[in-house]
Design a protein around this ligand. Structure first.
Ligand SMILES: Nc1ncnc2c1ncn2[C@@H]1O[C@H](COP(=O)(O)OP(=O)(O)OP(=O)(O)O)[C@@H](O)[C@H]1O
Ligand SMILES: [Mg+2]
Length: 608
């Protein structure tokens, strides 16, 4: 609990001035409760003097008051007895006292609520940004294990729950404990015996708090994971809507969603129950306190018994104590919920990237540098993927990776981009191990066309420009021409300003691929990674794009993956992968002569 509060405080630190103002206003608005009770009794005592014949201080309801107030009190009482004319101002103040205090309390409560909610909103907004930034810096390995819908839910729902709860607590969390303690202290000072009798049942009120706390914690956790599952289901259904429609899966998806929602409501109602039950229970205990008091008064008839001022004081006290107690029970429930929600957030924030940045980064000059894979092994979790990979890509040369599907070709490029680190062995560029270079530096020097084209729901121009943010319009157009994308772009309604839809949904597969190539062209990096870059193009377009790519490869170090061997016949070296191991390396002619895996592949493709 303490650790949790410290974490929240760490986030709210930048806003400590408002936090301070809010807390101070809360403290004073809490104290106002005692002032209010005192004033009501004061006014009551003045209007209905208990023993009118004696103006002695001992009969005053607040015999312990400061002297000036006692004087004022006496003046007020005299004013009432001798007609209004004698002390008009005193009387006016007497009448206006209660609303004035209420007004003051209202202003303080506003300040308290406003400042604290201001701080809470900013804090949670910061937390969202921090979380998102953190997620952006996590490695590829992390994303393999996390569903995007779940992550979205953490950034939006979990922090959102935290915000709602912090805001609900804002006016209560400072004011009510102060009110509780101050009223109790005031009463003990005034009427120690009667107060003790009335509040003897107070500890019982803690019972529901303790009982329901654990239930709430469990349900609160469930609630957050259910809402993550909900957004997961939606993300998948929306992004996969074509398959959902094509396979008539609408009903199944809706049923899944329905089950999740029902489950969600179940946990929600458990929290509602746990939140509502303690309130009436406490009221019941409070009423028991009042009847204990009555019983005491009736049975023991203490001296000056049934003094109406004293009795009024006790009834007021019951309300004044049990109301904040009830609120504090709510706060306690909220805090449990807030903790459940924020634990998930803090867990994510504590996740370390599996490709840590080097403490003392080295400079990387990929231009004119050899890329060397040395004894590299790699596993995805338990699954062995690459074993004993050794090869060198000479500076400025073209190396092709060939092999059956699943043989580990894309994985090789993932390692070069340092999406993952090898389990054993090392990858160096110009003699510098990738683990000693800032990932930013490394990736700045690589242009990549991935196997699955990744495009964003933005204009054509912006999608190409992402290759080198800040590139000029001319450069973007030149890159598009190079990738043979210019013509089809110009056919679109707004040309380069046309929005391509989510993941380029409004483009054909081949068009998407050419945009990805244009992006890589624009990047103008010394290392080029092409993973099936032209696989979606028809033979004619492929030939044209290939010519452009050949042009692009000049002077760059290129690793090219292709199933269609026609595109790599002229490679400086061909590496044949099979089940994560290198089986053959050499130029095309050598490999064909050798009569191994490559020769078989070649014959299969060119037999026709
Ligand atoms: N993120 C991942 N988590 C676990 N296993 C993975 C992951 N990505 C790939 N694999 C597995 O690693 C192996 C190599 O995959 P890789 O993508 O490198 O193959 P590939 O040679 O590029 O195949 P293809 O020609 O079909 O693209 C495969 O068995 C695949 O199932
Ligand atoms: Mg692949």
């Amino acid at each position: 609990m303490i650790a949790f509060l410290l974490k929240v405080w760490g986030l709210a630190r930048p806003y400590r001035v408002r936090l301070f103002v809010g807390v101070v206003a809360g403290i004073f608005s809490g104290l106002m409760m005692t002032v209010l009770i005192a004033t009501i009794m004061f006014v009551y005592g003045a209007i209905f003097p208990t023993s009118p014949d004696s103006a002695g201080q001992a009969q005053l309801p607040m015999q312990n008051l400061p002297v000036f107030l006692q004087h004022w009190f006496l003046a007020a009482r005299q004013a009432l007895e001798s007609g209004v004319k004698a002390h008009p101002w005193t009387l006016a103040l007497l009448v206006a006292a209660v609303p004035l205090i209420m007004l003051l309390r209202g202003v303080l409560t506003y300040l308290n609520g406003y400042c604290l909610q201001w701080v809470a909103s900013r804090t949670v907004a910061d937390l969202r940004v921090k979380l998102f930034a953190h997620l952006m810096n996590l490695s590829a390995g992390f994303y393999n294990e996390s569903a995007s819908g779940q992550l979205i839910s953490r950034v939006i729902n979990d922090t959102g729950t935290l915000l709602v709860i912090l805001n609900s607590c804002a006016t209560i969390i400072v004011r009510d404990p102060v009110a509780l303690v101050s009223v109790l202290a005031f009463l003990l000072w005034q009427q120690p015996k009667l107060t003790l009798i009335t509040t003897v049942v107070l500890p019982l009120c803690m019972l529901p708090i303790v009982i329901f706390r654990r239930k709430i914690r469990r349900s609160a956790r469930e609630l957050q994971s259910r809402s993550a599952e909900l957004s997961q289901t939606m993300t998948e259904a929306f992004t996969g809507h074509r398959i959902v429609k094509a396979y008539n899966l609408e009903n199944i998806v809706v049923d899944d969603f329905h089950t999740l929602v029902r489950n969600y409501v179940g946990h929600y109602m458990r929290i509602v129950r746990a939140q509502i039950i303690p309130g009436p229970l406490m009221e019941f205990f409070g009423a028991c306190g009042v009847s204990l008091l009555l019983g005491y008064l009736v049975v023991f008839r203490p001296e000056g018994h049934l003094n109406p001022t004293a009795f009024l004081q006790m009834i007021l006290s019951v309300f004044a104590i049990y109301a904040p107690l009830k609120n504090l029970n709510m706060v306690q429930n909220w805090v449990v919920q807030a903790r459940a929600a924020s634990e998930r957030v803090f867990d994510l924030l504590d996740t370390q990237s599996s490709v840590p940045e080097p403490a003392a980064p080295k400079m990387l000059h990929a231009d004119q540098a050899d890329i060397i894979f040395e004894n590299v092994d790699f596993d995805y979790g338990e699954k062995p993927v690459l074993r004993n990979i050794n090869f060198t890509v000479k500076a400025g040369s073209l190396v092709a990776l060939v092999g059956a599907t699943g043989s580990g070709k894309t994985t090789v490029t993932n390692l070069l981009l340092r999406f993952y680190d090898p389990v054993r062995g090392s990858i160096t560029i110009g003699g510098v191990d990738l683990r000693d270079v800032r990932t930013r530096d490394l990736r700045n020097q690589i242009a990549v066309v991935t196997q699955e084209t990744v495009l964003f729901n933005d204009t054509v121009r912006r999608n190409i420009e992402l290759g080198r943010p800040g590139a000029t319009n001319e450069e973007i157009i030149a890159a598009a021409r190079n990738a043979h994308a210019y013509d089809f772009i110009m056919e679109k309604p707004k040309g380069f300003d046309w929005v391509i839809g989510e993941r380029g949904m409004n483009l054909s597969g081949g068009q998407r691929q050419r945009l990805a190539i244009a992006r890589a062209v624009l990047r103008n990096a010394p290392i080029l990674l092409l993973d099936e870059a032209t696989s979606s193009l028809d033979t004619e377009t492929e030939r044209a794009v290939q010519a452009a790519l050949d042009e692009l490869m000049k002077g760059r170090t290129t690793i090219c993956i292709a199933h269609r061997l026609s595109t790599i016949l002229h490679a400086d070296m061909i590496v044949v992968l099979d089940q994560g191991r290198i089986r053959e390396t050499g130029r095309h002619e050598e490999l064909v002569k050798r009569g191994g895996i490559y020769q078989k592949l070649y014959e299969l493709q060119f037999a026709s």
